[in-house]
Design a protein around this ligand. Structure first.
Ligand SMILES: [Zn+2]
Length: 97
């Protein structure tokens, strides 16, 4: 089991313990921006810079979800602007299936 999974086309998936879902990060500069620096360690992944995910969380999209984190050595540090209940915490990444 690992904490990151390569996907076709230069992306890497991580399983976010704050959102309970996968986030995809582009790690191939050929795909354009945003592009993250990846340490190529699928057991203890590190990405730079921080990951910011936003999405509508209801049909009207009046309120937005935010997941903002630093991923270092397989741990994910959630910043205080996250809208999920793990804001401000640092947790190990969930394993990817
Ligand atoms: Zn997340």
């Amino acid at each position: 089991m690992s904490k990151a999974e390569e996907v076709q086309g230069g992306g890497v998936l991580i399983n976010c313990p704050g959102c309970g879902m996968y986030h995809a990060l582009n790690v191939d500069p050929k795909n354009g921006r945003p592009c993250w620096e990846f340490n190529n360690d699928y057991d203890k992944p590190t990405f730079k810079p921080s990951l910011l995910v936003r999405w509508p969380i209801n049909d009207e999209a009046k309120s937005k979800g935010v997941c903002h984190s630093f991923i270092t050595d397989g741990n994910i540090q959630f910043l205080s602007d996250c809208t999920h209940d793990k804001a401000g915490m640092t947790l190990p990444l969930n394993e990817v299936d």
